[in-house]
Design a protein around this ligand. Structure first.
Ligand SMILES: Nc1ncnc2c1ncn2[C@@H]1O[C@H](COP(=O)(O)OP(=O)(O)OP(=O)(O)O)[C@@H](O)[C@H]1O
Length: 571
């Protein structure tokens, strides 16, 4: 609640207006039965002028209640939406500071649920707090006092009804809280399954996995349905139970007062007001219960959001001035283990690269090529040893300096929905169309971009579905080189290109980005055959270093890879 208060501070005036409106509604609600009682008394006494006066007062009170209701809804909705937007943006900003490791710890779909469903819970609870928090105690205490003043003899009926409702509310609302928590976990699971299925729809279809996927999702969905049904059942028993208690209290009160009506006609008017107060007490308790259930759901959501806010990024950059780094790379006794793994993925890696050199990295699948490359732009930190870029330990440089110096093109190209220009400007914020043309000609993407209707302003759909695998890779390379980086890492990023396009990209890179240090990770030896030096990785260790001709002569691992690929080509 303290945390929620902190977010509400910014919406002070909305909170004040909605609270003032709630107070007006509550007093209008309390005053209505009293006016009705006076009016019935006036009718019994045939006092028509008082009846007219009280009738006008009743209508005025109803109009006041309606206006206050509208004001309350407008201001509480504004505050609730504002708080939700602030919380969402804060969480999103925090997630942007997360390292790969932090994102993996939460999982992407879990973070999406937190950003959507949990934030919605917070929005609903703020709305309900601003509509009920003041109303519930005023109505409860006010109706209790007024009911006793109206018919003091029946005080015990009120107490009995309250005890029964409190007992039922306590047990059912606390049970519901547990089920709501379960439902949240199940929603996470359903979202993960749906997300995985939709992202991998091509795989699902090509391996004819639809039925398996349906079964998996149905199982998770059925589990959630069971919990939702239990909650629904609890609700459906709860409401009639409350009304039964209210109706019994009303019937009992009328029977008890009935005998008095002949001797005291005013008792008829009093019982009408008394019954109204009884129902107001009942509604106050029920609404309070709902508010508490909502609050307990919101506490779960708030805790989940707080986990995001409290997560200290596992990898931070020092606050030092930005500087220009040169294109040299140095690995000095680097050993790296993925968080949670027991064995190191890279062991005692030592090598250095001069600015402008072209380095190839080869090795079997899983030998650690990508892991090694990820240490250069500092996506992970090594366990021991140092990685230097431009002669500086990457742990000691400003994030912008490192990002400006190192450009990393991944095999799985990720483009964002928008336009081609929008994506290319992620590589260079102020890129002109000429810059884009220059980069696109090197990456061999100009030939298809410039045939599109809107060329560089052509749209990219969600998950870049309107481009082929090879086109996506060429667009990614274009984005990677547009800033003319000092170091370019190409992590198997020409794998979807045909041999001719790959050769053209490499020739253009050598011609137009000659000053750039290039690290090319490749499965195919043909992709790195012209590199100044090739590093051979085997089970996380460098087992060879030299030119293609040197390695073919004297490195067993390289010879094996070369022989296998040559044999495949001949087949
Ligand atoms: N995020 C991660 N968390 C834990 N282990 C990982 C992670 N990424 C890779 N690994 C493990 O590290 C090892 C090296 O993987 P890496 O991707 O570096 O190999 P690679 O040589 O690039 O393989 P490929 O040629 O198939 O891309 C593998 O055993 C892999 O399972």
């Amino acid at each position: 609640m303290k945390t929620l208060g902190h977010y509400l501070k910014k919406y002070k005036s909305d909170v004040i207006w909605s609270t003032v409106a709630v107070v007006i509604i509550s007093f209008a609600t309390l005053w209505q039965p009293h006016l009705l009682q006076d009016m019935l008394n006036a009718i019994i006494k045939r006092d028509s002028s008082t009846v007219t006066k009280l009738g006008i007062e009743l209508v005025a009170l109803a109009i006041l209640g309606i206006i206050a209701g509208i004001v309350n809804t407008i201001y509480s909705a504004r505050a609730a939406q504002g708080v939700a937007a602030d919380m969402r943006e804060k969480a999103y900003r925090q997630i942007q500071t997360f390292s790969f490791q932090d994102i993996e710890k939460f999982s992407a779909s879990n973070l999406v649920v937190r950003l959507t469903n949990d934030i919605n819970q917070m929005q609903m609870v703020v709305m309900s707090v601003l509509q009920q928090l003041t109303r519930v105690p005023i109505l409860f205490i006010g109706s209790f006092i007024l009911a006793i003043i109206t018919l003091p003899k029946l005080w015990w009926v009120i107490i009995l009804m309250m005890i029964l409702i409190f007992v039922i509310s306590y047990f059912s609302f606390s049970k519901m809280g547990q089920y709501f928590e379960k439902m949240q976990t199940m929603l996470d699971r359903n979202n993960t399954l749906a997300r995985e299925n939709l992202m991998g729809i091509r795989v699902v279809k090509s391996f004819v996995q639809e039925q398996n996927q349906i079964e998996q999702f149905s199982e998770a969905s059925d589990k959630m349905t069971k919990v939702t049904i239990i909650i629904g059942n609890l609700f459906s028993i709860l409401m009639p139970a409350f009304f039964l208690i209210g109706d019994l209290a009303m019937a009992g009160s009328i029977m008890l007062v009935g005998s008095m009506v002949t001797s005291d006609p005013g008792a008829l008017a009093a019982i009408t007001a008394f019954v109204s107060y009884l129902y107001q007490i009942l509604f106050a308790i029920v609404n309070g219960g709902f508010m508490l259930t909502g609050a307990s759901r919101a506490f779960v959501s708030l805790r989940r959001l707080q986990e995001i806010y409290d997560t200290k990024p596992s990898l931070t950059f020092p606050d030092v001035p930005e500087e220009k780094l040169s294109g040299s790379i140095e690995f000095d006794h680097v050993t790296f283990t993925y968080p949670g793994d027991d064995a190191p993925t890279l062991q005692d890696i030592n090598f250095s690269v001069k600015p402008g050199e072209m380095i190839g990295i080869v090795g079997a699948t899983g030998s650690g090529k990508s892991s090694l490359a990820q240490l250069i732009p500092r996506l992970f930190d090594p366990e021991t040893g140092t990685v230097k870029v431009g002669g500086e330990n990457v742990k000691d440089v400003n994030e912008h300096s490192l990002r400006r110096a190192v450009s990393y093109v991944l095999q799985r190209s990720t483009l964002f929905s928008g336009t081609i220009a929008h994506n290319l400007r992620q590589g260079k914020a102020d890129a002109t169309v000429n810059d884009m043309r220059w980069a696109a000609h090197i990456a061999q993407s100009a030939e298809f971009i410039e045939r599109l209707d809107h060329q560089y302003d052509a749209p990219i759909e969600e998950r870049s579905a309107n481009f082929s695998g090879g086109q996506k890779q060429r667009l990614s390379i274009t984005r990677g080189i547009i800033s003319k980086p000092d170091i370019l890492i190409m992590d198997d990023s020409t794998s979807a290109l045909d041999a001719k396009s790959e050769k053209l990209v490499q020739e253009a890179l050598a011609r137009d980005l000659g000053q750039t240090t290039t690290v090319i990770i490749a499965e195919k030896i043909a992709s790195i055959i012209k590199a100044d030096r090739i590093l051979v990785l085997d089970e996380g260790k460098i087992v060879g270093s030299g030119t293609h001709h040197e390695l073919v002569k004297n490195n067993a691992v390289y010879q094996e890879i070369y022989r296998t690929q040559k044999a495949l080509e001949e087949v």
